[in-house]
Design a protein. Structure first.
Length: 361
């Protein structure tokens, strides 16, 4: 049988954009790539993995030194196994190799886990030739990463708003099943034979907004990792009406303001203010309060707005020019707190996740 080769590409993303906590996500042109081969002739080489998958990362990949390579421990391949097992397929086909090239820094607020989950679901779909639509694949993603903002942007591309629809009590039961029962647990070689829960259908709903292409994304990336779980852990369980209305008003204006030409800093900057997550996360990111207060369209021409990217610690600055000046100002402010940073200038990724296929004779 001819070997199958394909490449899966999934963009990074920045969630929230200030007021849109767990709602807004923008896909960024920085791509996680899986280079996949299924070649039965390689079977002997992949058998050392209990699920027939030889996984590797390029040496320069983010996470190359730390991520697990066993297929039932790595987030990408665990996710693919979940999708396959929902269809009654227990393992990868003999002779599966997955080589990962990952430029998305882990645990920094640039959607690395969202990209890994989307890539894993697409891998399961492609390997199992399941023919799932992107909308259905989103359901599988949402069983694992349970807020829709990064996942939707990474899967669909562009600038998205999303929500989870009201679920019936039976659907809620299925979706809120502990993660350990969704993803296969590292098993020490033993497949428990458990069939994981199928996701309810159409859990997530989304729209794509326009995005003025003159608006570029400047990501200033601190060297330290902040797990999304920890960064969610500092948020309160309840909010005042004033704080919720503050965010809702800005969210409604921001989604339109980012489409307008020319972009208006006097509208975008205040519309990117937030009272739901950033104030509480300041204790986790030294220098965040100073950066958010001090770097403004008045101090830096071309700057439109500034916020914490996702759960942090990365800062997202939206700008039309002076990208390096803006980035260096923020880098210097973090340096005063002893935090070193790098920065990237990124376009919005319009297309979302793709599979590029080629068949070798
Ligand atoms: N390419 C990858 N391969 C394997 N595991 C990954 C990969 N990318 C992310 N992960 C897993 O996801 C974890 C990071 O997820 P986390 O949600 O904390 O941060 P993030 O997704 O980068 O940030 P945010 O959700 O705020 O944008 C990593 O520690 C690792 O376990
Ligand atoms: N909306 C999420 C994005 C990170 O995954 C958060 O801010 O926690």
């Amino acid at each position: 049988m001819a070997p199958r080769n394909f490449v899966i590409k999934v963009p990074a993303s920045s969630a929230n954009i200030g007021p849109g906590y767990d709602v807004l996500g923008v896909a960024l042109a920085l791509y996680l790539e899986l280079h996949v081969t299924v070649d039965p002739a390689l079977g002997g080489e992949t058998n050392s993995d209990p699920n027939n998958c030889r996984l590797s990362y390029s040496a320069d990949s983010e996470g190359a030194a730390t991520v697990p390579l066993a297929s039932d421990a790595n987030l990408i391949t665990r996710t693919a196994l979940y999708v396959l097992r929902c269809s009654g397929v227990r393992t990868f086909p003999s002779g599966t190799t997955v080589h990962v090239v990952n430029p998305i820094p882990l645990g920094r607020g640039l959607g690395s886990s969202g990209a890994a989950v989307v890539a894993g679901v697409m891998l399961g779909n492609e390997i199992g030739q399941l023919g799932l639509s992107k909308q259905r694949m989103l359901d599988f993603c949402l069983m694992i990463e349970r807020h829709p903002d990064n996942i939707t942007a990474a899967m669909m591309g562009s600038f998205c708003g999303s929500f989870l629809r009201d679920l019936t009590p039976q659907e809620v039961e299925r979706r809120e099943i502990p993660l350990a029962e969704v993803l296969p647990e590292p098993s020490g070689g033993e497949d428990t034979g458990l069939v994981p829960p199928l996701p309810p259908t159409d859990i997530g709903r989304h729209v794509k907004y326009n995005w003025n292409p003159a608006i570029k994304c400047v990501a200033i990336i601190p060297e330290f990792e902040l797990s999304t779980a920890d960064s969610r852990g500092v948020l309160p369980k309840a909010y005042t009406t004033q704080d919720l209305v503050f965010n809702l008003q800005r969210l409604a204006v921001l989604t339109a303001a980012l489409t307008m030409d020319p972009p208006q800093a006097e509208l975008i900057y205040p519309a990117m203010q937030d009272r739901v997550h950033q104030p509480y996360r300041k204790i986790l990111v030294p220098g965040l309060a100073d950066v958010l207060q001090s770097v403004t369209p008045r101090t830096h021409a071309g700057l439109l707005g500034i916020c914490l990217s996702g759960a942090g610690p990365t800062i997202l600055a939206l700008a039309t020019e002076n990208f390096e000046d803006i980035a260096l100002e923020i880098i210097n402010r973090f340096a005063k707190q002893g935090v070193q940073c790098t920065w990237k200038l990124l376009d919005v990724a319009q297309g979302g996740s793709i599979v590029e296929t080629s068949i070798q004779e």
